[in-house]
Design a protein around this ligand. Structure first.
Ligand SMILES: Cc1cc2nc3c(=O)[nH]c(=O)nc-3n(C[C@H](O)[C@H](O)[C@H](O)COP(=O)(O)O)c2cc1C
Length: 409
């Protein structure tokens, strides 16, 4: 496994420090190794234990090292870091960094580093607008530091104005932009479907399935991080959709079919991670069906979206998912060939430690060229990265899987 990119998250004494835990979490979700440094005042707002537990890494704290500890933590802590993010950044730390003051462990660590620095200020609007704070910010910008925010809004002090720490999502996405981690899907148009079905029976009832949307969202996020222009077509979702990805809701198979078809011609890749309903009610009642002892529901087959798209395509790479309970690998391979996909990701949904609703999955990935990849059980986002590695390879012709495309009838 590739070694992870290291980033240092420097946390200083602002109420917004509680949001740093979320920043750490989100950065780890992006497969980064997060190392937190805190000022003494930051520890008044959030504990080092929170960060140590979240990141699994040692937290750099104020004070001199005890005998036996690393004697030079301000030099060694940030070694190898690709970036230092100061979030939240107080007026104080901005002033210290701009003026070469290193009077505690965190500011000494900053001074001893040559890694790029991103600063996310958080403070009262008057503090932020104070001429000396502005001057320090200008100095830091001239020295090459990047600034994220602040935003304008209601501040912790009850006032409204400029000085609120930028939203966590924006901070994380700016960090990722700055890191420029392998953007091998830059400019590629990727359509990802995610989530389960909601086929209505009447205005209150529906036929659904247990797909949570986690796998599709993980793929959409990873693809966006790798530079792709992503559209998420969301069925019934149990998790929030990412705010920074264009999302179209399509909870029924017919809506999903229409939405996917509209965008398919323009796309380079279609990843169908949604569990589209196989059947829908033959007729949908306009009023709520009254309670009765029993009644028969008549179902009709929904269109097979992936098979239709495979028949329509010219350049597109099409990736399907199969949720199987028996003979998972064999059934998946048959499905790949029958529907003419480039790749199929098969998961065994008979296991309850993985699959539906879980953050983890254990899949078998089969490509057209006959390659079978069986990664161990891992997080859905890591599986997403493996799938995208293969897609990126296919897009550049690296895997030789594209031989038949275009030549097919
Ligand atoms: C409740 C409370 C909230 C504070 N919030 C902020 C803040 O958001 N931004 C800021 O620059 N200072 C804030 N301060 C003041 C800083 O904590 C203070 O300037 C401190 O010296 C900063 O230390 P540090 O930069 O070493 O963490 C706050 C103080 C208190 C008591």
């Amino acid at each position: 496994m590739m070694s992870k990119t290291k980033i240092v998250l420097a946390v200083t004494g602002s109420v917004a420090a509680y949001k740093s835990a979320e920043i750490a979490r989100r950065l780890m979700d992006e497969s980064l190794s997060v190392h937190v440094a805190m000022t003494a005042n930051a520890e008044k707002f959030i504990t080092p234990l929170t960060f140590a537990a979240l990141t699994g890494n040692h937290v750099l704290r104020h004070g001199y090292p005890a005998p036996g500890d690393d004697p030079m933590p301000h030099i060694t802590f940030q070694r190898g870091a690709s970036l230092i993010l100061i979030a939240p950044a107080t007026a104080n730390i901005i002033g210290k960094l701009a003026n070469g003051i290193a009077d505690d462990m965190l500011s000494s660590m900053l001074m001893a580093s040559d890694a790029p620095v991103l600063v996310a200020p958080a403070m009262n609007a008057n503090m932020y607008n104070h001429p000396s704070v502005r001057k320090n910010i200008e100095t830091l910008k001239q020295l090459g530091a990047g600034f994220i925010g602040p935003a304008t809004g209601e501040l912790a002090c009850g006032e409204t104005g400029e000085g609120k720490m930028e939203r966590v999502e924006n901070i994380v996405s700016q960090v990722l932009d700055r890191l420029d981690l392998g953007r091998d899907l830059l400019g590629r148009k990727i359509l990802v479907t995610a989530g389960g079905a909601r086929e209505p029976i009447d205005p209150v009832r529906f036929i659904g399935n247990r797909s949570s949307g986690k796998m599709g969202v993980a793929i959409a996020q990873a693809a966006a991080r790798r530079g792709a222009d992503v559209t998420l077509v969301a069925g019934a979702m149990e998790i929030p959709v990412p705010e920074d990805i264009e999302t179209i809701y399509a909870p029924t198979a017919l809506e999903m079919m229409r939405t996917v078809q509209e965008r398919f011609t323009d796309s380079d890749v279609l990843v169908m991670a949604a569990a589209v309903g196989d059947y829908r009610a033959r007729s949908v009642a306009s009023g709520k069906i009254k309670e009765k002892e029993s009644w028969d529901l008549s179902l009709v087959r929904n269109p097979d979206i992936i098979a239709k798209m495979c028949a329509l395509r010219n350049k597109q790479i099409v990736v399907g998912f199969a949720a199987e309970t028996d003979n998972a690998e064999k059934s998946g391979r048959e499905k790949l060939l029958r529907k003419n996909m480039d790749m199929i990701v098969v998961n065994d949904v008979s296991r309850d430690d993985i699959g539906f609703g879980s953050d983890y999955n254990e899949v078998v990935i089969i490509t057209r060229s006959g390659e079978t990849i069986k990664p161990q059980k891992m997080s859905k986002r890591e599986i997403g990265e493996i799938i995208l590695d293969r897609i990126a390879g296919m897009l550049t012709g690296g895997y030789g899987d594209r031989g038949l495309v275009g030549g097919r009838t």
